[in-house]
Design a protein around this ligand. Sequence first.
Ligand SMILES: [Zn+2]
Length: 623
Amino acid sequence: MVYMAMARKWRPMSFADLVGQEHIASTFKNAIEGGRLHHAFLFTGTRGVGKTTSARILARSLNCSGGDPLSPCGTCTSCKDIATGNPMDVIEIDAASHTSVDDMRDIIEQVKYTPMIGKYKVFVIDEVHMLSKSAFNALLKTLEEPPDHVIFIFATTEVGKVPQTILSRVQRFDFKRLNNKSISDRLAYICEQEEITASLTALDLIAQKADGSMRDALTYFDQIYAFSGQNIDEDAVRNILGIPPEDLYFDLIEALWEHQLDKVYGVIAQATASGLDLSVFLQGFAQFLRNVLFAKVSGLDHQALEVSEDLFQRYREAVPQATHGDLLRYGKIANDTLQQMRYSTNPRLSLETALARMAWLDRVSDLRKILTTVQSATSSAENKKKYNEALVPAEVTTPEPKPDLASEPTLRPEANLTPEQFSAPELSSTPEPDLAPVPDSAPTLDPNSDPYMEAPPEADDFSIDFDDVSVPSPQIPRFEIVSQWKRVVQDFYNSEPLVGAYLEETTLQRGDYQASPFELKIIFKHSQNFQYEQITKSPNYKNTLTEFLQNILGGDILLRYELLDPTPEELAELNAPKPSFSQPKPNLYWEKDLKEEAILQQLSQAFDLQHITSKLKNNHSQN
Ligand SMILES: [Zn+2]
């Protein structure tokens, strides 16, 4: 017996068999029963969702002489003719390879002749958006006045590229992307018919990999069936389709979150050893992150994500301390890296670098945390001690870890200042050179430190308890919001460090507290131009902030933003000669950072830091 591929064998023969496109089947059913059949159709939808199959089913239904057009008999001359795969009354053209006007003239020529067997001659033009402009024009006239025996079915994956003149002359059907359950149900049905034993997880995996395409799912199924025979299990599916085991990703995200780079690289080694393509591996991780994020959103369940209840629960419980922002940043790095890997000559290096960045990410937000802590309680000497402790590891990382890992500065011993040294008032005017906590142009690299490893043990001091310095939020009465603004900002910062940091030093004005919406205006000093722009240019930031205020104040809030004109002092400062570090001379990278990074500027203001250009100059001034 000749083996027939599952994809062919189980291709739907009637609308009743068509999976996931019930809306289309019922529309046709009504049109055929009511005798209101249009002469031209456009089927749109992504690949493999059943467009051409539906076109064939429609051709069968229309030409079957069996009496019930909705379930073609399969035995009449027309049905048998169509089943041969080369039917006389159904003409299929792939527009991708027949784009010219001559190809179109051939078709128009054939339109004239009446059907050989059935009632209709059906023209199926696949990927119709590929036709040239002149080919479309040649077709237009026929579309306007077609003979009664002709039906046109156009199929396209890119409906946006089909000219309006065609769109306005056809009846359009949008084919839905199939959900995983429809696909795995259909596969389960086929398994039952073919007496194949397959686990549900295995079928789910095929469905996930097929990503909405029934045709792909059947192709994968064929591949796996050829390998496994009558017993299909999860391992076989993962092996053949190259799907990394989900456990690998759970290990990976744990290791990233715990900064255990050795374990991260262990996971990569494991993936490579099992023959996984590294970009497939990273793509899987991006998908995994999406699933974890999705599972952590309240109100959604495993059905929405189309995974098992157990797996959904595992997603939900993964890295419990990670915020949505953390996961989004992981996801962004993964996506950016996927693009890079396409052109990279060393994809493994790209992957390792990306994962290292992810592992270091949380220190980025910690730097901002420190900043706000610094600014929110400058009067307390007790807190200054904390900032000082915090500052040490803050210098360990830069806000955006550079891809060049080897040059990443590690801990610098001279940054270990005592609290007393910092709180001493005279330091601001005459700093002792050896205290200078400004990174110099050549950061000292601990020769024993491995840049791929975690920061040295001292960095553990980093985990200071910010709860001590932050103030818990009560629900605030509306008339107190202005006086409580600092606390509100601090609270907001605790949930949204990035936006919260921009609000430092702002003041608030309020409108009538009984009005709805309650009007609030956040006022930025002229020098906070950068912070003002960051917030006002981002609808997301603004929404987050409005939602937060609505939560603590209740009711509708109308939030406005104002950037003040410069005060006379600020104006004088703006017009004054530039401070020495910004005078034209070779720019050291930290000088550039100081000028351009608002965070660093604020940090240096908060500590009243002296800018020391280089060690050489430093020594010189000492003499
Ligand atoms: Zn028939």
